[in-house]
Design a protein around this ligand. Structure first.
Ligand code: JD2
Length: 243
């Protein structure tokens, strides 16, 4: 997958995108990420990317011309590129949208700063995405969240062991509790079932704990989760017991 990122703060990306799993994916050729400085498409002495809002009001907005020129050059491959704007007004990012984005050949992510975008920039986007209901100072961290979550779904980015673990968020439930050695630590013991070697019992315990945890912490997720009738009854009981 090719990912181009357009930003006025390109230096923000280096450590995040070169570290660990994403860095390895780039080195191996599975991922090709290019960061572009939006100021390269300005045409004035001060390399200006913002301007005052018509109608007045506080703050500045991203001016359209540099973004249009950057996209003319970077998203120039017809239907093969998907232009994504990150903004608090976008479609909330969830694992389903991450999966859809991971099927694209070429993503072009536009990061803004200031108080947002001249509305005409939106006409160049295929998709506007938000990473959550809080306000960042700009789109760069959001773009990195999109790149990170999408990258780990690409074939060959995670090892086999790691990718098998992915099943659990994709089933719509929270993860079951996990433990490693030692079996007893700080007076806290690993549940006996996990030491039993009884794989059927372990699978049943993990499934029940996933449902329990989801019912306690994120009951909203249960609506779309695939549960049997008796699992639904179990979840209902946990919700009723959780004040
Ligand atoms: C951004 C700003 C609007 C005031 C460009 C914020 C985002 N989940 C998210 N929270 N915030 C953002 C985000 C993304 C891009 C920009 N700002 C600052 N915008 C009103 C301040 C400017 C995402 N995705």
């Amino acid at each position: 997958m090719k990912i181009d990122i357009i930003s006025i703060l390109p230096e923000m990306f280096a450590s995040v995108l070169s570290a660990s799993i994403i860095g390895r994916a780039c080195s191996s050729g599975v991922l090709d990420i290019q960061i572009h400085d939006l100021r390269n498409w300005t045409d004035d002495r001060h390399r200006t990317t913002d301007d005052y809002p018509f109608g007045g009001g506080p703050g500045m907005v991203m001016k359209p011309e540099p973004v249009f020129r950057a996209l003319d050059e970077i998203a120039d491959d017809g239907d093969a590129s998907t232009v994504v704007i990150v903004s608090p007004q976008g479609t909330p990012l969830d694992q389903k949208l991450v999966k859809e984005l991971s099927a694209k050949q070429h993503l072009v992510i536009v990061c803004g700063r200031y108080e947002g975008f001249d509305e005409r920039i939106r006409s160049r986007a295929d998709l506007e995405v938000s990473i959550g209901d809080y306000v960042l100072t700009g789109g760069e961290l959001a773009a990195m969240v999109v790149v990170d979550s999408v990258s780990r779904l690409l074939p060959g980015v995670l090892g086999h062991e790691e990718s098998a673990l992915d099943e659990s968020f994709s089933n719509g439930l929270l993860e079951y509790p996990q433990y490693t050695r030692p079996a007893s630590f700080a007076g806290l013991d690993v549940p006996e079932v996990l030491l039993s070697g009884d794989h059927a019992r372990i699978a049943a315990w993990r499934r029940a704990e996933s449902i329990r945890r989801t019912a306690e912490r994120r009951p909203d997720l249960l609506e779309d989760a695939e549960l049997s009738e008796s699992e639904r009854e179990f979840a209902r009981r946990i919700i009723d017991e959780t004040e």
